[in-house]
Design a protein around this ligand. Sequence first.
Ligand code: SF4
Ligand code: SF4
Ligand code: SF4
Ligand code: FES
Length: 720
Amino acid sequence: MADVVNFTVDGRQLQAAPGTLLINAAKQAGIEIPAFCYYDGLSLQAACRMCLVEVEKTPKLQVACTLPVAEGMVVHTDSAQVRQARKGTLEFLLTNHPLDCPVCDKGGECELQDMVFRYGAGESRFRETKIHVDEKQWSPIVFYDAPRCILCYRCVRICGEGLGVNALGIGNRGAASEIVPNRGDHPECDECGACIDICPVGALTSGTYRYKTRPWEMEHVATACTHCSNGCKTTLGVRNGQIIRANNRDRSGLNGEFLCVKGRYAFDFNEHPDRLTTPLARNANGELRPVSWGQALALVAKRFSELRAKNGRFAVIGSNHTSNEENYLLQKFTRQVLGSSNLDHHRTGDVAGLIDALQGRVEALAATADLYRAKAVLVIHSDLAQEQPLLAFQLRANWRHHQAHVYAVNPGPVREDNYATTARAEVGKEFEALQSLREKLAAEPELVILFGAAIKGQAVRALVEFGDSLGIRVKYVCLVDYSNSRGASDMGVLPDLLPGYRSARDAGLAPGLNYDQILNATDLDAVWVVGANPLARQRLAATNAFVVAQDLFLTETARRADVVLPAASAYEKNGTVTNVCGDVQKLSRGPKTMGAKSDFEIIALLAKEMREDLGARSPEAIFQEIRKSVRGYDVPFAVIETGGAAHTVPVNGRVEFESQPELIRPAGNTLFTSGTLGRYSKMLNSVLEAPGALYSDPGKEPIVRESEGSVLVETVTKPK
Ligand code: SF4
Ligand code: SF4
Ligand code: SF4
Ligand code: FES
């Protein structure tokens, strides 16, 4: 077969690979053929007839979304006949469609509205009464208005093919056809909202956004999701300093259009009434009371300076959510200003162990894109669809589009079992399961291995040895939780490793106390907790320590603090974060919470107050310092700056560190939980599928969840 096919579209000589669909071949040449049911990456439907084109020497108009280009084909996409056909298609689609664009939630960004404007089918020859069906609320998130539906089946396909959930199907016949959910009156599903965003019209709308604003009234801010480690790029719709919606409809970034329920809807924690907006300090009666920023910073700087002068013992717990620049600055402050190495964060995966085991092989760390490209992928001890939603989506797309071979080793059933070669194995028995897969794995041309927190310490080394023994090219991903767990590790928020996994000893610094040792030490004079809540699960043994907490909420840790500093969320700051696969992306400031400051600003102000110069003029300046000084982070600046993702490989030969597998604890988050942030997301807790959801059944009375701290005592509107 020839390598290329030659054909003509609208008088232009074009070439494309054999098998390319005409709609895509034209698009590559900048010629748009309108389409409703065709959607890149989903199966072909040919349901709407909007893409009809004229092909010379064929008697009837042809459907461009299913027609592969052929040698010598001559196509007209904008002839009078084609335009008339499109107008007719639109007139037909509008038979029952209410012509109420001014009040429809999709107005201004509706594909049908755009087409009607273009082809002028605003007037109909149908005089019959339109069939009316009442709008239905399927869940707190998903609303369906059948008369607006043009039956393109994009929603059905994204849910079934894309996510593997299959919550939507078609009910009734003919003009009464409509989309129906799998549980009759509601979908039992991931509540991801992909069906809503993919809907070309206003048939599916979201409970978080509908009727709040118009697209042109918002500022659209491209940033990264703050919930899990997968780092989906998201565009926040911000109006009057408030996030109104989040999506990635331009399909840019490492996730294309994918966002899970947390990324698309759980941004409401940002404006929870319990957000801290003023610093608090403990008064003479031991009560936390509001103080000014000036007072709070002066108080902390004074105590830190006094304790430093007395050679006091400091300890710092950093965050899995703060930016790379903030993590970098925090470790610099801790080591240079406080003179301490007692620094750690909640480790959710053995990243240092993997980098050590790879012994300098830079090509052995997989990027997010590898999940979609690799010929074979092995997942060990992770319920990927629950814990790593984007990676699960990419893997499934790789299987659908490229027939990738997927292997899953898990103690119990996971969604990947539906298409993977599965081996069951309890934690600790995974190597027996791997041996049973050895022959198949060794026959693959290449493999990406994803492993969860159960593989740590010596087991990571054993896994890399197993990979080496297969005799094929193997790449690895150490699965971590939370939005910048990887960045905290890469930036040296660790007691024995500096940024880029350089040994602290090499820099003349003795290793300090680790996370558990910090919490269990009785002789600490000051403990500074930045964006973490260790006291949710553990106790602080240093009962007399001066405790400073930076957070969004009055968490268990903040309640114990002597000074509480209100911090900005990741949606409210500039900087960068590194996702689970080591891909760095930019954070851009969207909304603002009056009274809160970014952790970067707080750390920089504290340094200034203590008359120290950390060179922390801006996150941008620190990012340049990181690019210069942190191994693997010399990433192309233009890629980051323009909203792309750049892969980092902070591989450093052997890593000199003390392997402490007991410190590696998974966050245990699912699709519907997200640590402290999830606790404060009313939307996330309102869906039926959430653990302890506010309703047990949409038809029953709301169940009020037991309060965690001061949140979630409220109920939310019940679905009808
Ligand atoms: S919200 Fe997501 S999982 Fe639920 S029906 Fe829509 S696409 Fe399917
Ligand atoms: S609800 Fe939207 S996406 Fe689904 S079939 Fe109808 S128009 Fe298409
Ligand atoms: S997969 Fe993770 S990063 Fe992506 S939207 Fe969901 S929570 Fe956010
Ligand atoms: S886009 Fe071709 S038939 Fe719908």
